[in-house]
Design a protein around this ligand. Structure first.
Ligand SMILES: NC(=O)c1ccc[n+]([C@@H]2O[C@H](COP(=O)([O-])OP(=O)(O)OC[C@H]3O[C@@H](n4cnc5c(N)ncnc54)[C@H](OP(=O)(O)O)[C@@H]3O)[C@@H](O)[C@H]2O)c1
Length: 225
């Protein structure tokens, strides 16, 4: 499968490396794929030149990445995701499965972040992306766990859940297949893309649990009577 990551941070690098290790054809897309940018240190990630050498995968522009991909991950900072996806090009997203991993977190007041007011409450980033790119098949997934857990759910002991939402059942099945390839066994379908409101609303409690517990190895498990 040809997989494009829009974004080059820790999440893109972790998902991209795991998928490349499976033999998938992975490209990471960033705004300016110049040699200087690839050599640049990255917070909670390695320089992309190092990632490229380690994985054998490629780094390209947002638009080149989206154009060549069958499945696209949005792994940009949530407040900039719609702009980044516009730079990737609506025509390059049309008809594609677009897995939205981003969270619309506002760090302007420091830690803990809050949900961006324009992308929460009666809406969500997932919905904003689906509305901006109506021909893309948006699936919200993987946004409620740390990057390392996305590709290795066994890092957290016991049963725990991965949430999915989206309007297109086939696209959700593709995202679920990728999740299963990483070892996820408990997938919780939250319905259409408005389910992204709930998935993104996990972040305030998730960040609090990290701050109070001292580790990001946290996930939720739904328990029903
Ligand atoms: N870190 C985690 O464990 C984790 C877990 C769950 C969900 N998430 C979510 O996943 C997403 C990616 O996380 P991350 O830690 O990998 O993010 P990050 O390193 O902070 O940023 C990812 C990408 O966002 C792009 N970006 C930043 N500002 C931009 C702008 N103004 N316009 C266009 N693109 C811009 C950057 O592109 P350039 O490279 O071109 O600068 C960068 O590669 C975030 O939304 C985060 O909330 C993260």
């Amino acid at each position: 499968m040809r997989i494009g990551m829009i974004g080059g941070g820790g999440v893109a690098q972790t998902l991209g490396a795991a998928l490349a290790a499976q033999g998938q054809d992975v490209v990471i897309g960033i705004r300016n794929p110049s040699p200087e940018e690839l050599a640049k240190p990255r917070a909670q990630a390695v320089p992309l030149a190092e990632w490229r050498a380690r994985t054998g995968a490629k780094v390209a522009s947002f638009a080149e990445t989206a154009a060549g991909a069958e499945v696209i991950f949005n792994v940009t900072q949530g407040q900039h995701s719609v702009a980044a996806l516009h730079a990737a090009g609506a025509k390059n997203l049309a008809g594609k499965v677009l897995i939205d991993v981003a969270n619309p977190l506002d760090f302007s007041a420091g830690m803990p972040p809050f949900l961006d007011r324009a992308l929460s409450g009666p809406t969500s980033l997932g919905e904003a992306i689906q509305a901006a790119f109506p021909e893309a098949r948006v699936v919200k997934a993987f946004n409620t766990i740390a990057a390392a857990v996305m590709v290795n759910p066994g890092l957290i002991p016991g049963a725990h859940d991965l949430f999915l939402s989206g309007n297109d059942a086939e696209a959700k099945a593709v995202a679920a297949g990728i999740a299963r390839s990483f070892g996820w066994t408990s997938l919780v379908d939250l319905g259409d893309i408005t389910g992204a409101r709930a998935q993104e609303a996990v972040l305030p409690i998730w960040v609090r649990l990290w701050m109070t517990g001292g580790s990001p190895m946290i996930n939720l498990k739904v328990v029903r009577a």
